[in-house]
Design a protein around this ligand. Structure first.
Ligand code: PLP
Length: 450
């Protein structure tokens, strides 16, 4: 840090302040974790300075032998860990991994002269006329994915994301009575809509998905099943999710981030059958520029760590902790989406406390509990204010927290939410963002902290 401080003290301060924040708070954001020192150090070195467009052994730049070693090892560890036929470890993020996967399916399944041209020249070189031709060629390619309020991700075909502009999207939701994925409804939607790609996977669904059934549905309508396991990759790696709940044997393409429950560097990855391997490897230049060799090195380290027996123990404890947290909250009469959890995350419906998700998130942050607000199914407060708060256990499990601590955290969350109320805005009308502590809570919290 001293070297950074000599270069720019304000950046050094921000880094050390981040360490303090992450140490002194309870990190319950379901998509965050603490990577190991080996993972962090693998990212801060000379590999970062190297350009290496292409794939291992087939580069557009000279002098890539060390990057070849790193990329080949990361891919080998990924194939081995997940039992995948092919692994592409270059995507810089989860969004990139999904785009690579979508274009691979389009390239494979859709006859398009404009698309072939795009593959040769690179998407960045396409002019407006090329894009118009491409869109016309692709016609109304369809994607079926989980709705945002049921827990799907923006990259699963929603308008603010490029996937929603590339595809005509329809979503499947959850059963209003149980909050659970309704496979019969997914099947019906697939039969009617006939998507090119059926996307499974989520950012905010607290239960398991049966990927065998999803593959059956995809096969029935001639769709490719793509599973985005960004959130639960660590549970797959740690063999908590097996059989019907392990996406790799069932989906033709699986994408993931490497930084959430998998505990690696920020980044993405695509696993696929042989059928899609060549198209996926064209991620650069179709979607990506030069890979990030230092991040691929960190991916290799994290994948290597996830192959060790300790990681299985970690993954099992993530779910034990999540269940303990859910049970602790339920005992204190919280309302949870689907009534509980089977994975690493829990969604609290905070309307029960008379709060919006935004108010609850802010009040919890004030108490040192870091979470994020999240829409719940059919959310009356929309995607900005929301009625939910998402919490997850991957990070605190890495810090060694167990089920007894989860019960204490449930108590703290319940105290804070019960002790918070909406505050009126300047105009005196109720606000969806402002909040205040009810009498006595501030003293109570500082008393506990002391
Ligand atoms: N897919 C899912 C299911 C996610 O939850 C996320 C991130 O929140 C992404 C993709 C995107 O990942 P990234 O932020 O690395 O682009």
């Amino acid at each position: 840090l001293e070297v950074i401080r000599r270069s720019d003290p304000r950046i050094a301060d921000a880094i050390s302040s981040e360490l303090t924040d992450q140490r002194e708070s309870l990190k319950l954001i379901a998509s965050e974790n603490y990577a190991s020192p080996a993972v962090l150090l693998a990212m801060g070195n000379w590999l970062s300075d190297k350009y290496a467009e292409g794939t291992a052994g087939r580069r557009f730049y000279a002098g890539c032998r060390n990057v070849d070693t790193v990329e080949a090892l990361a891919a080998e560890y990924a194939r081995d860990l997940f039992g995948a036929r092919h692994a592409y470890v270059q995507p810089h993020s989860g969004i990139d991994a999904n785009l690579v996967a979508y274009w691979a399916v389009l390239a494979q399944k859709v006859e398009s002269p404009a698309l072939a041209k795009a593959g040769v020249r690179g998407v960045n070189d396409l002019g407006d006329a090329d894009w118009a031709r491409l869109r016309a060629d692709l016609g109304d390619q369809r994607m079926l994915g989980m709705s945002l309020d049921a827990g799907g991700h923006l990259t699963h075909g929603f308008r603010p994301n490029i996937s929603g502009k590339m595809f005509d999207q329809r979503s499947y939701g959850t059963d209003p009575a149980t909050g659970l994925l309704d496979y019969a409804a997914v099947r019906e939607a697939a039969r009617e809509f006939r998507p090119l790609i059926l996307v499974a996977g989520y950012s905010a669904y607290p239960r398991l998905v049966n990927f065998r059934i999803m593959r059956e549905i995809a096969d029935e309508v001639g769709a490719t099943l793509m599973v985005d396991m960004a959130h639960f990759a660590g549970l797959v790696a740690g063999r908590v999710l097996t059989g019907d709940f392990d996406p790799v044997p069932h989906a033709q393409i699986v994408t993931t981030t490497t930084h959430k429950s998998l505990r690696g560097p920020r980044g993405g990855m695509v696993l696929c059958d042989d059928e899609f391997a060549d198209s996926v490897d064209r991620g650069c230049p179709l979607v990506l520029g030069g890979p990030l060799p230092h991040v691929m090195a960190a991916k290799a380290i994290a994948l290597g760590e996830a192959r060790r027996p300790e990681f299985r123990d970690y993954a099992a404890r993530v779910v034990d902790n999540s269940r303990a947290l859910a049970e602790g909250l339920l005992r204190r009469s919280a309302t949870l989406v689907t009534g509980g959890t089977d994975n690493h995350l829990v969604i609290i419906d905070v309307s029960r406390y008379g709060l919006t998700g935004r108010q609850a998130e802010s009040a919890l942050l004030d108490a040192g509990i870091v979470t994020n607000r999240n829409a719940i199914p059919r959310d009356p407060n929309g995607a900005w204010y929301t009625s939910g708060v998402r919490i997850g256990t991957p990070a605190l499990t890495t810090r060694g927290f167990g089920t007894a601590e989860m019960d204490e955290i449930a108590e703290l969350i319940d105290q804070v939410l019960h002790g918070t109320e909406p505050a009126p805005g300047k105009d005196g009308r109720p606000s969806q963002a402002l909040y205040r502590l009810k009498d006595g809570l501030a003293e109570h919290i500082s008393g506990r902290a002391a």
